[in-house]
Ligand binder design. Sequence first.
Ligand SMILES: NC(=O)c1ccc[n+]([C@@H]2O[C@H](COP(=O)([O-])OP(=O)(O)OC[C@H]3O[C@@H](n4cnc5c(N)ncnc54)[C@H](OP(=O)(O)O)[C@@H]3O)[C@@H](O)[C@H]2O)c1
Length: 306
Amino acid sequence: MRIYLAGVGGMLGEALHKVLGEKHELLCTDIDVNAPWLSYSDFRDFADYEKNFSRFEPEILMHIGAHTDLEYCERNPDDAYRTNTLSVNHAITLANAHGIPLVYISTAGIFDGTKALYDDWDQPNPLGVYARAKYMGEVEVLARANKHYIFRAGWMMGGGPAKDKKFISKLMKQLAAGATTLNIVDDKLGTPTYTIDFARTLGAMVETPYYGLYNMVCGGETGRLEVAEELIRLLKLESKVKINSVQSEYFSSEYFAPRPPCERLYNYKLKLRGMDLMRDWRVALKDYIATYYADHVKPFAPDYQP
Ligand SMILES: NC(=O)c1ccc[n+]([C@@H]2O[C@H](COP(=O)([O-])OP(=O)(O)OC[C@H]3O[C@@H](n4cnc5c(N)ncnc54)[C@H](OP(=O)(O)O)[C@@H]3O)[C@@H](O)[C@H]2O)c1
């Protein structure tokens, strides 16, 4: 298939390029041209988006990128909605005009956290600007895109030291700097989502006619504290690094954007279709560290064995 991936220079993009590139012909664009396989395009600029689209004539359009920094979105709502919602309309218009399917990536963060576990049919209630902008992207795709797949990811882990901007990379940076205590919140529940598993499942799904909206997270139910504990265990740092559990309030000046207390997803529709290829989060975390961080951790985790 000829696949146009727009905004694919980030964490998830790295895995999509790797996995889908094994089988398909790709056009990969982003505003951050950080790899030789990327070319520049800003999907907020419809004419630019259309020019790339017409040049490549894709059989499927994957609108991947977004502003993913929640605090940036809270401070810059106009840019957040322009980038994370209005540009999705550009993608819908292009996909419809050419009669091809559209892929949109959404987030577990669109729920308000009042439930313990969310399936694909639960009603979102976004709390902050990032979550609302992403949810409005979903709403637009559902309303207007003739053929679409929406895949909701949880806490993304992927890309390794070069691309990972999220939880695992933040912990790795502290460990690399010699931290002997990690302060971790014990009041945030969610589901890690390994980008490689996500890319494989997405790749399998887009070869089916099963259009629609799908939760797509790793298996199991967990939270920030347990993920950090598992990382320390995997790195064999239990005797050197202490985990200090704190409440979200502890980080309120740094992470001031509203976040739900629980954003655990359940891949109910993928399971019903027999298409849930997402592994358990502990298995995926082990694979992630072994694949992307094995050399990187040597200086501060000498006992680690991939
Ligand atoms: N990270 C998570 O935990 C998570 C969870 C659930 C869902 N998601 C969704 O998954 C998708 C991929 O996220 P990710 O984790 O890979 O994020 P990421 O690492 O921040 O990558 C997003 C990429 O999109 C680019 N981008 C931003 N504005 C653009 C524009 N106007 N035109 C073209 N490219 C643009 C970014 O460039 P700059 O870096 O220069 O801004 C970045 O390279 C997003 O839709 C995100 O909302 C992410």
